[in-house]
Structure formats: structure tokens, C-alpha cells
Design a protein around this ligand. Structure first.
Ligand code: BGC
Length: 567
């Protein structure tokens, strides 16, 4: 829409770099591979690309352990290739967003190794959260905080003189020491980092794990948790870091930095999007998109929702009411590199049950999966999020209907969650399996330029059946549906951002009107009549199933587990 910043209704394609395309033949994705496939991304009709972290990193959490925020991971390329990527993206009309990780860096970052070397009480240690341990010899951690990926949130170092020393806080893994945002060096460092990448032409940042960046300065024990809670969810109940308000000073400061950059560089329009899981709590989400903080914050409620119209209605309506009314933009996603892929989630035998709304992206149902049903529902869900007002983030492979790979051999698993929970939780490798581009098994289904490369994460048998090559010329493929929806979305966006919900989902339909358009999703197992108030004066524009056209025109029925756009 005219006079709106480009990002407000943008569709951004998320690239998990090591799994997208391997351009140097080593079995892991890289920037050359991405450059070679940028035309494909543009052909989808999206507005931009978000790159998961591609800075130098020991890869203990695949890039979310950054050892240098001012360079490119050598296995992925270098700054020169990055510049080429920006130039090519500009030509194709694609924006590039990077991923910034403010909560922690790698334990191999120079700041951390210097802090360990500098000793107790040093200025260098103040950039992190070093504390003496409890117990007679400081042998117990300073408090009871739990780490997100299993185990405790503290590790003990050996002091330069060889004695057992202080402990440092790590909300995720021991390889990711938490940074102290009350320290001025930290604030200056990240200011420089943002500007460094803006100067190279980056249009914005996805900001990692913002909800845990603040910490109660005294680091008190977290209250004990009532009831059974999954190992990777225990951290979420710690009020002394999760949503601790001091972090908002940093976000307000970052907004000043981006606003100032825009003023100094007329024509540049930057965006920051925060990763804050706030399921069922739009008031908390709202705090991140106040006009002086992030431009966007993911609305994860749909990603966490079961396949159920009632729950879709709740998720969308309460987020819409809170954010739209406040003038903030909504930011939807069904998938990302941390969550089980939607085809598998919706194919689960319990996918329709409200009780399968866990509010967690790391804890998954173990119910049996019907992939055909999951595909059918995922097609409908695509029309759902692409029809809603606001921005939509798509995760690579979602447009191919890739399922979660559930049977990765334990020996191949790399997500630290697997090792940190001693295998009790499998982790996120299953949504990070290298993309299938063709059916040539020798090149890892077109993922690699080398016929002999070994994929960093194995592709399952039959992976090529999902490939771009197979779907490109099939007008009923998932890929074709995404392309069609993205092209019709341009008109949908012209309808504005005001929507009216029709019904509350109890009849199995999640429906809303948007100007002269309407979106209807049938999550029930029956065909259902589309309400008259939606049908009157409207015709089918797009259906998630090819048969939608004859069915809607003849009988106003929407098929089970499907969606339509009317206008
Ligand atoms: C990212 C994860 C990452 C974690 C630690 C997140 O929420 O999305 O992939 O492991 O932060 O940085």
C-alpha cells in the first residue's frame, strides 16, 4: 500500500544458510550456493530474505554462537561474496535481513577468552555474568537457573592460575556465554555492528532471543515450578530473566540507532524483527513493537496452534486486536528453524485437539503422522497466513511442503538440545535437512555442486520427490500454490489491514473478511457450507485444493481441511 514502509506487509523468505544450497561442494550450504539460487527465491514473489547467522562461529549452535560479529563464516564465504549477494539481491528487488544475536556470543569470541584470562574483578569479566559459586569452595552454581537446551545455566571456568574458578551464566549452552547489557562496552559494540552491516547494504535484522536479554542484577534463585514441565521449557518460568524489563532500554536504543541511520541515509528503510515467544499474551508482545522499539515482532501464536478453527480464531483475533489497534504490524510465521515443520505437525493424529497447544516450539506431540493429511492442511494454512494482514515469514522448504525428518539417526544429530538432554529430546535437526532441488541423488538432490559431497545432515530416501525440479511444472504442487498465493496477495494487501472475523471457529471454520476479499479455512473433517454473509457478492479466487473451484461454485461448500480466498 502507498505510503507504508516496505516491510509492513512484506513476505520474507528465511534461509538457513547451511541447509539451503552448497556452492563449494563441502556438503554444507554457503553464500555461493545462496547466490546461485537467489533467482529461485525472487521467482516465488517474496520481498526479502532473512539469513540465519552466517558470522564466524564454532557452530556449536550452528551460528547462534558468534565468535566475530563483523565478518562472514569462512565455510560460508567472505565479505566479498556477501557484497555480491547484496548487489544481486538489489537487482532482483529482494531485501536482505541478517540475524543478530545479542544475548550471548561464542565462548571463542575474543571478549570471552580475554575475560577468562583477565581474572576475577576485571573489566573484561563485566561484559558477561561471572559470579563466584556457592558452597565452601564455590563448587555450587551461583543460583538455580535452568538452561533452555537442558541442564543448568552456569558453567565453571578454570582460572588462569589453574584453580577452579568463577562461574558464568549461559541461558542456552556452555558454548554461549550470556552478555551483560548493563555494560557500556556491550552497547557500543552492537551499535558498531548494526552500522557495519547497514553500511554494506543490509536492510534489517531479525533479533534473536530478545526475551532473555534482561537479567535481575542480583540474579536471585528462580521460584520453583509447580507441576510437570518439559526439560527445555523450565527456563521459561524464570521471572528474573524472561521478560525482565531492563532489556527494553537496549531495544529503545537500537531504534534510535536505526532511525538515526535512516535520517543520515535518505532512501534507506530499515526493519528489525524480534524473536519473542509470547503465546496467548498479546500484551507482552505489544511491548516489543511499541513505536520506539522493534518494527516487528513475530506473532508465534499461529505457529504454536493446533489445527483447530477455534484456536486459530483465538490466536489471530487476540493478536490482531492488540497489535492492530495499537497501530503495530502483525508478523506471522508457520515455520522456522526451531520448530517441527507444519506438514508433520498438522499430520499428527492429535493435531486438531486443543490440548495439543503446548505453547512451546521445542516440545512436540509423538502421535502418529499422516503426511498426506498434513500436506493438505499445510496448503490451507498457507492461504491462511498469506491472507492475514501484516508481514509473513516463510521458512525455506515450506513452499515445497517438506515434512519434518523424524528418523535422523542419533549419530547424525547435531542440535545441542540432543546432547544436552542426553537424547531425551531429539532437537531441531529434522527441520534443517538440506533442501532438495532436483532428483539427482549423486549431488544430494541438487543441494551440492559436488557429486561426491556428504551432506552435513543426511537427506532421507525419496527426498527428491519434494524437489523444486519436480514441483516447478506441476500446476497443482505446493510450490505452485505458494507462487499463486503470493501473486494474488498483492491485491489482498491493497485491501488494507482491517479485517472482520466471521464466527468464532466453533463451526470448524476460521473466517474473516478483508475489504472485498474473504478468507475461509475449514479445519473440520466435514465439508461445510460457507456462511451467506461471506458468499454473497463474492466468487472463488484461489483454493488450497484444485477441486475447490467446482465445489464452491456449485454448492458454496468448502471441503474438509482446506481453505479458500474469495473476492
Ligand atoms: C534461535 C535458536 C538458537 C537460540 C540461541 C533462538 O531462539 O532461533 O535457533 O538456538 O536462539 O541463540
Amino acid at each position: 500500500m502507498a505510503n507504508q514502509p516496505w516491510w509492513r506487509n512484506a513476505v520474507i523468505y528465511q534461509v538457513y544458510v547451511r541447509s539451503f544450497a552448497d556452492g563449494n561442494g563441502d556438503g554444507a550450504g554457503d553464500l555461493i550456493g545462496l547466490l546461485d539460487h537467489l533467482d529461485y527465491i525472487a521467482s516465488l514473489g517474496v520481498d526479502g530474505v532473512w539469513l540465519n547467522p552466517c558470522y564466524p562461529s564454532p557452530q556449536m549452535d550452528h551460528g547462534y554462537d558468534v565468535s566475530d560479529y563483523f565478518d562472514i563464516e569462512p565455510a560460508y564465504g567472505d565479505l566479498q561474496i556477501f557484497d555480491q549477494l547484496i548487489a544481486r539481491a538489489n537487482k532482483l528487488g529482494l531485501r536482505i535481513l541478517m540475524d543478530v544475536v545479542p544475548n550471548h556470543c561464542s565462548d571463542q569470541h575474543a571478549w570471552f577468552t580475554e575475560a577468562v584470562a583477565a581474572g576475577r574483578g576485571s573489566k573484561q569479566r563485566e561484559r558477561f555474568w561471572f559470579r563466584d559459586g556457592q558452597g565452601a569452595d564455590g563448587e555450587l552454581p551461583p543460583n538455580n537457573w535452568k538452561a533452555v537446551f537442558g541442564g543448568g545455566a552456569w558453567s565453571r571456568i578454570t582460572e588462569p592460575d589453574g584453580t577452579p574458578g568463577q562461574w558464568y551464566l549461559h541461558t542456552f549452552t556452555p558454548w554461549q556465554p550470556d552478555i551483560n547489557w548493563l555494560n557500556e562496552d556491550v552497547v557500543d559494540y552492537f551499535d558498531r555492528m548494526l552500522r557495519f552491516w547497514f553500511d554494506r547494504g543490509v536492510d534489517g535484522f531479525r533479533v534473536d532471543a530478545v526475551t532473555v536479554v534482561g537479567k535481575h542484577p542480583d540474579l536471585p534463585d528462580a521460584p520453583s515450578i509447580a507441576g510437570a514441565v518439559a526439560e527445555t521449557d523450565a527456563w521459561a518460568f524464570n521471572p528474573y530473566t524472561v521478560f525482565w524489563p531492563s532489556a527494553h532500554d537496549a531495544w529503545r536504543h537500537w531504534r534510535e540507532v536505526t532511525n538515526q541511520y535512516e535520517r543520515d541515509h535518505p532512501g534507506r528503510e530499515l526493519v528489525t524483527v524480534s524473536e519473542a515467544y509470547t503465546p496467548g499474551k498479546p500484551d507482552l508482545l505489544l511491548r516489543y513493537v511499541e513505536p520506539d522499539q522493534f518494527h516487528q515482532s513475530f506473532t508465534f501464536d499461529l505457529l504454536l496452534s493446533p489445527w483447530n478453527a477455534l484456536s486459530f480464531h483465538k490466536a489471530a483475533a487476540r493478536s490482531y486486536q492488540a497489535l492492530h489497534d495499537a497501530g503495530a504490524t502483525l508478523t506471522w510465521a508457520l515455520n522456522n528453524h526451531d520448530a517441527h515443520r507444519v506438514v508433520t505437525r498438522y499430520g499428527r493424529a492429535d493435531a486438531h485437539l486443543m490440548s495439543s497447544w503446548t505453547g512451546s516450539n521445542l516440545v512436540n506431540s509423538a502421535a502418529p503422522v499422516d503426511l498426506e493429511l498434513g500436506q493438505r492442511r499445510a496448503r490451507a494454512a498457507a492461504l491462511l497466513i498469506l491472507g492475514l494482514p501484516g508481514a509473513a515469514y516463510l521458512y525455506m522448504g515450506e513452499e515445497l511442503g517438506l515434512p519434518e525428518v523424524l528418523d535422523i539417526p542419533d549419530a547424525s544429530r547435531q542440535d545441542p538440545i540432543f546432547a544436552r538432554t542426553e537424547g531425551r529430546e531429539k532437537g531441531r535437526d529434522g527441520c534443517r535437512v538440506p533442501m532438495p532441488w532436483t532428483t539427482h541423488s549423486a549431488s544430494l538432490n541438487g543441494f551440492s555442486t559436488s557429486p561426491s559431497a556428504k551432506a552435513w545432515m543426511p537427506q532421507p530416501d525419496g527426498w527428491g520427490a519434494f524437489s523444486v525440479e519436480v514441483q516447478d511444472y506441476d500446476c497443482n504442487s505446493m510450490l505452485a500454490l505458494y507462487r499463486q498465493a503470493l501473486s494474488f496477495r498483492v491485491d489482498m494487501v491493497e485491501q488494507g489491514e482491517v479485517i472482520e472475523f466471521v464466527g468464532d471457529g466453533t463451526d470448524g471454520l476460521f473466517s474473516f473478511t478483508r475489504g472485498s476479499y474473504a478468507v475461509v479455512v475449514n479445519t473440520s473433517a466435514e465439508d461445510v457450507e460457507i456462511p451467506r454473509e461471506i458468499m454473497v457478492g463474492r466468487k472463488l479466487i484461489l483454493g488450497s485444493l484444485p477441486e475447490a473451484f467446482s465445489q464452491v461454485d456449485e454448492s458454496s461448500l468448502i471441503a474438509a481441511n482446506s481453505a479458500v480466498w474469495l473476492g
